[in-house]
Write a protein that binds this ligand. Structure first.
Ligand code: NDP
Length: 793
């Protein structure tokens, strides 16, 4: 008689299909197709429509309207009309609605799971056990934020009307990630689902109606990329939240540059999956299943680059092949299937083309020995070996169930390979040595790192990218910040016209002449530097009197400064205590020269109370010194037997463009938070009053600020800004100047998708600590990394 073990190995799976009669009946009831949901009404579809195809069967299962600019406008108007009342409700009242949504999703969980599977092609196992429970969890979690909003985010206000554009890979989950925080914060929304997967959003609209959500709070406009562009570009949308490809992210960044809209981008990834030789290899193989074969690899944070330590690589690949052979691909409604259909035949073609390219470039493709169903868009899972890091498939997001593999020898090499990508969304690290795993997690440039785990999500755990994977976070406290504003950013007066172009020829008019001539240079890499172009410009003070000359930096100086800042990134690795100490010392040295700074400010004529400005600058240095070791992360409550850490990491090099008003206070108010969080700075001083910069670098020189941590340039603001904004080694840019300059910075930032914070030409009261200082500055000077650490055997 065969042993049980043998029986287990030879046992066949019988079919276990999930019923879809209710979903079919629901669709059949709406014979005319699904229209938009605007102002609480379901609009009868007329005009152009989109066929909805089940990618597992190639059948058209429904039709949805294709929205145009008029539909988007109606939705934005409805959202605007609903905003005052919705934002005026108490947190408790909004929480009750969010709670009701969560409950109703749970009550209809099987319906939503089946509908999502039919619309997207993903397996019922995943929609039932992952997507839909996470959707409900998201609304519960954000019901909580609505409830405690006032006490947790004092002085914050909702942003207004949010335009939200989502992709097709997790249709309802992405909707929840966008809608729940927006509503909790008191915003109203216009959401556009992907045209390939519009159905669960239609059902969600019905839930909104079912629970009696006030009309206009949630509006859903169906359509394609053009409809999405109309949402992002609508002048009455205050915030755009986008998830999708990096290409479209760039288009949106450029499209809304200068509009003053808040923006969050969750874009593509090419996430490393690092297997150290001391990893539990069987667990790591299961990790690969969840990393790249989960959801057919259509996951922005999929572990798509497997990086294995050389000594264990052959064994690991052998195990991977063996495990791959057990995967089952087929009808996604069958509960025994591991792999369903990819979202469309077009996506299948795109994946196939990339796989062919990988083979052409010399990599070997290993595929699961599965039967490919005759109908539908099915893509057998696989992995490449011999894919060099420079191969197309190692660099491009395949967005299908195929990973590349590379080997490494040392942990340093693993980190180097992991970071050899323009993206930075996620990473997995597999090692039984926790010290080593955390070390690698801290050095990988990614917004989410899973240790001995992968693709874990929770509403309390911020999710989002570094580098070209976008900016902003979804989930947790950091996610809420994306839907809130401090109000004062839009409230100030518009800055007067920019200063005249710098005068580089001798000036023979009225001038203050010091006893011994004063040279104000640039400050680059800890050294005073003459401007590369050999030009200086005359600086005028009160009454148009010339008060000195400042170096006129050019593009080469900007590049030198960025290079120097790049070499000083060790600053981000010193202890927060060390940084705090340097900031206190800076304040001390500034205090020693109080009178000198006040006199210099008096000469500019731009500081009504020079002594006060110096005093406030000292206080600001103390405040950021205090915050350097206090604006820190948290341990977040997510899943059981997991510690989830959120860490505030520096961005890298931050470009700072200073305004003319309060030249010392504004410059230090911008530089101090940046360096307090461990970044390096390249600051362009006030164009009109640059001479304080020359005094400031003397203080920096005597305050133990390491060379390159702060670099100071003087010259023509918008010329220098452009080079900074286009520089790929600048991770973020803070710009104070004109409205046109702000738009130009935002446009020029799309190359590496740097984070941009502009004042859009609106004056800030630098003296007011609520405007000129605060945790908002520290938040903008850092990015959240979420590290997941499971525990137990
Ligand atoms: P897109 O970025 O094109 O689509 C994402 C969303 O944006 C969809 O709702 C889409 O509408 C909409 N959209 C498209 N163009 C514009 C525009 N100009 N302005 C505003 N909205 C727009 O991704 P795709 O669906 O085309 O997928 C292409 C590739 O992108 C994938 O193969 C994958 O590599 C990557 N991707 C990454 C995702 C991620 O989560 N990081 C998610 C999805 C895709 P519609 O779909 O209706 O045209």
């Amino acid at each position: 008689m065969p042993a049980i073990k043998e029986i287990m190995q030879t046992m066949e799976y019988g079919p276990a299909p999930e019923g879809n009669a209710e979903v079919k009946a629901w669709i059949a009831q709406r014979k005319g197709g699904f229209g938009h949901f605007i102002g609480g009404r379901f609009i009868d579809p007329d005009g152009p429509a989109i066929d909805v195809v089940n990618p597992a069967t190639d059948e058209v299962i429904g039709r949805v309207a294709k929205g145009d600019a008029g539909d988007v406008d109606a939705a934005v108007k409805a959202a605007r009309a609903a905003f005052p009342k919705w934002s005026g409700l108490s947190g408790y009242d909004r929480a009750r609605y969010l709670y009701a949504i969560a409950r109703h999703i749970q009550k209809r969980e099987r319906f939503f799971s089946v509908l999502e599977t039919m619309d997207n092609g993903k397996t019922i196992r995943e929609t039932r056990d992952i997507d839909i429970p996470l959707v409900a969890r998201h609304f519960y979690h954000h019901a909580g934020w609505a409830e405690i909003l006032e006490s947790e985010f004092p002085d914050h206000k909702p942003v207004g009307v949010c335009g939200q554009i989502i992709p097709w890979n997790f249709p309802l989950l992405m909707l929840a990630w966008k809608v729940a925080p927006a509503l909790a914060a008191g915003n109203t929304v216009v959401l556009k689902p992907a045209d390939l997967t519009p159905m669960t959003a239609c059902a969600f609209a019905e839930v909104c109606a079912e629970i009696g959500l006030p009309a206009g709070v949630v509006n859903i406009v169906q359509g394609d990329g053009g409809t999405g562009a109309a949402v992002a570009g609508h002048p009455d949308v205050d915030k755009v939240a986008f998830t999708g490809s990096t290409g479209v992210g760039r288009i949106i960044r450029e499209q809304i540059a200068g509009s003053g809209k808040k923006l969050s981008l969750e874009l593509g990834g090419k996430s490393p999956f690092v297997v150290m030789e001391d990893a539990d290899l069987d667990a790591a193989v299961e990790g690969v299943v969840d990393a790249i074969w989960f959801n057919q690899g259509e996951v922005c944070c999929a572990g798509s680059r497997i990086i294995v330590q050389e000594g264990v690589a052959p064994r690991f690949f052998e195990k991977l092949n063996a495990r791959m052979a057990t995967l089952r691909m087929g009808d996604p409604l069958d509960k025994t299937m591991d792999v369903g259909a990819v979202v469309s035949r077009k996506q299948l073609e795109r994946i196939d083309n990339l796989l062919k390219q990988g083979e052409l470039e010399g990599a070997t493709l290993h595929r699961a020995p599965v039967d490919v169903p005759k109908r539908g868009a099915f893509c057998p899972p696989g992995f490449f070996t011999g894919s060099a890091p420079s191969n197309t498939v190692s660099q491009t997001e395949i967005f299908g169930p195929v990973a590349t593999t590379t080997t490494f020898r040392t942990p340093d090499e693993a980190v180097q390979l992991a970071n050899d990508t323009r993206y930075g969304l996620a990473a997995s690290v597999w090692s039984e040595n926790i010290n080593r795993a955390i070390d690698i997690a801290s050095r990988v440039k990614a917004g989410v790192v899973w240790i001995n785990a992968t693709n874990m999500f929770d509403a309390a755990a911020p999710f989002g990218g570094y580098r070209e994977s976008g900016y902003g976070r979804e989930g947790g406290r950091a996610g809420m910040q994306e839907y809130l504003t401090l109000g004062w950013e839009k409230a100030g007066k518009v800055r007067p016209a920019p200063a005249a172009a710098p005068l580089v020829v001798p000036f023979v008019g009225k001038a203050e002449r010091p006893e011994i001539d004063v040279s104000a240079k640039l400050y680059i890499g800890g050294k005073q530097a003459r401007p590369d172009g050999g030009h200086s410009y005359t600086v005028f003070g009160k009454g148009g009197v010339a008060v000195g000359q400042a170096g006129l930096a050019n593009r080469k100086d900007v590049r030198n400064a960025v290079e120097a800042a790049g070499k000083a990134t060790g600053w981000g690795g010193v202890t927060a205590h060390n940084r705090a100490q340097v900031l206190y010392f800076l304040a001390e040295n500034l205090a020693q020269r109080r009178a000198e700074f006040a006199a210099a400010l008096a000469l500019t004529g731009s500081s009504p109370k020079p002594d006060d400005e110096v005093e406030l600058t000292l206080r600001r240095a103390f405040w950021y010194a205090a915050q350097a070791d206090k604006f820190d992360g948290a341990v977040t409550a997510t899943k059981s037997r997991h510690v989830t850490l959120t860490v505030n990491e520096p961005l890298g090099t931050v470009g700072i463009v200073c305004p003319d008003e309060a030249p010392l206070l504004s410059m230090t108010s911008l530089i101090l938070p940046v360096i307090a969080m461990g970044n390096t700075a390249v600051a362009v001083a006030s164009q009109a009053h640059p001479l304080v910069a020359a005094r400031l670098y003397q203080v920096l020189e005597t305050s133990d600020v390491p060379a390159g941590v702060v670099n100071l340039l003087t010259g023509e603001r918008d010329v220098l800004t452009r080079t900074l904004a286009e520089h790929d080694d600048v991770a973020a840019i803070w710009y104070c100047g004109s409205a046109e300059g702000s738009a130009a910075v935002e446009k020029a930032s799309i190359g590496n998708l740097k984070q941009v914070w502009t004042d859009r030409g609106v004056l800030r009261d630098w003296r007011d600590p609520r405007q000129g200082q605060g945790t908002e500055y520290l938040r903008r000077a850092s990015q959240v990394k979420t590290i997941w650490l499971p525990y137990g055997d």
